[in-house]
Design a protein around this ligand. Sequence first.
Ligand code: ADP
Ligand code: GLC
Length: 486
Amino acid sequence: MRILLASSEVHPYSKTGGLGDSVGALGKALAQAGHQVVTVTPLHRGIRENFANLRRVDWHFNLPMGPRRVDAQLHALDPAPRHTVYFLDQPEYFDRPGIYNDGHGNYADNAERFIFFSKCIVHLARYLPFKPEVLHVHDWPTGLVPLLARHDRQFLPWPDFPRLCLTIHNLAYQGIFPRPAFGLTNLAPQLFNIETAEFYGQLNCLKAGITAADVIATVSPRYAREITTEEYGAGLDGLLRRRRANLVGILNGVDYEEWNTRNNRFLPAAYDTDDLSGKAICKRALQRRFQLPTEAGVPLFGNVSRLVEQKGVDLLIGALEQLLNVPVAMQFVLLGSGAPHYEIAIRNLAARHPDRVAVQFGYDQALAHQIEAGSDFFLMPSRFEPCGLNQLYSLRYGTIPIVRRTGGLDDTVIDATDQFAQANGIKFQVPEAAALMKAVQKALLLFRDARLLARYRLNGMRADFSWSKAVEALELIYAARTAGTK
Ligand code: ADP
Ligand code: GLC
């Protein structure tokens, strides 16, 4: 099949979180499965410098944005057979320090930036000789694409109109903007209504996508169910319930060529299920890097995360505050960036317990791998989690995930109370610090039982979350040209 993927972030070119990982790996996996894939993404700052093979494509955009017109260029790269990545070059919009914000909050013109990106995607889908059979967009930054494409088709015939798929990676981010932003879409004013793009008087990009896509996917089966409830529906649960027949949960895969412990340039030692001794070397190196006592016998807990409410950072801080109050032998390292009040609280914790807690703020790909490998346990107490990739990386790295029973975390981690022999992690239910604390205490006990600990680790390392299953599930929804196609 010919598939066009579009996303505001695509690893290894750009990434703020799992969205980039997911779309980057999906393109690669679809091409490996024999499909023809084109991925479209903005040319963010730094990409040109880091990817020397980028070539200029003879293509020029000049598209309406409300009353004016905006120009852009195109570059391309062929990372693998059957896969081309197109980079939209519009320096005013995308040559910036961050993808969505500059550390002082979101860019004021995000609506304009991603409406323009969405228009360029529709333009490419229509005019590229590639002629995609499937147009698959991801999250709110490309949420307007299905609506824009349908609108476009009404004015000019579009033979072989592609099947429109939208994956929701996170319903908490919907791309909601004041009404004037709708003018930039150049869509007919009557489309600003409650059945399409309007949400309490504002423009809602993700909602527009949910109403106009043929099929809506999200990134785990449990999250697909959760988002149809008021608790997790972020105001869109009613709409999602109405579209339930076209809503599927497909678990993300992991790119094991990148996230592996055998052949990984970021790790100080290699290891696998046959020989875990390299993991102890990774642990020692991590302790040294964070200037913690290099003791093998002290359990090391790790976390790599966007420091936002979703990730249960408050639970983490609350639980650690209490645990560390007594002289318990444990260490905790964190890599993250996000809300300043969380950073302050965590820095505070580290200052009070310098021999047990260490942090690094900012974004650091190598360190993310080193924490996954060097930790004994990985903490992920998310309040909600559409899929979660870090717990999947932990499993492969022989690091035991401690997670809340929600979304993709519940779908992927096995607790002893679920299946004793297969257990590979520890789960807790109630989103409270006390519940997380109990889970950590279970981990402390587990750490003392070498045989059981080894079994958990091996169970995790043997679990298989490769992309092939997701690709098969996607092939079904890509091909379903009848049921649900508008
Ligand atoms: P989310 O997409 O909600 O942030 P996921 O678990 O799906 O959560 O994916 C997070 C991805 O982002 C992982 O690849 C993780 O390693 C990476 N990541 C998050 N924060 C950082 C950071 N500060 N430095 C490096 N990588 C990070
Ligand atoms: C989002 C979600 C995360 C998911 C990722 C990739 O960022 O928060 O749970 O793993 O997208 O789909």
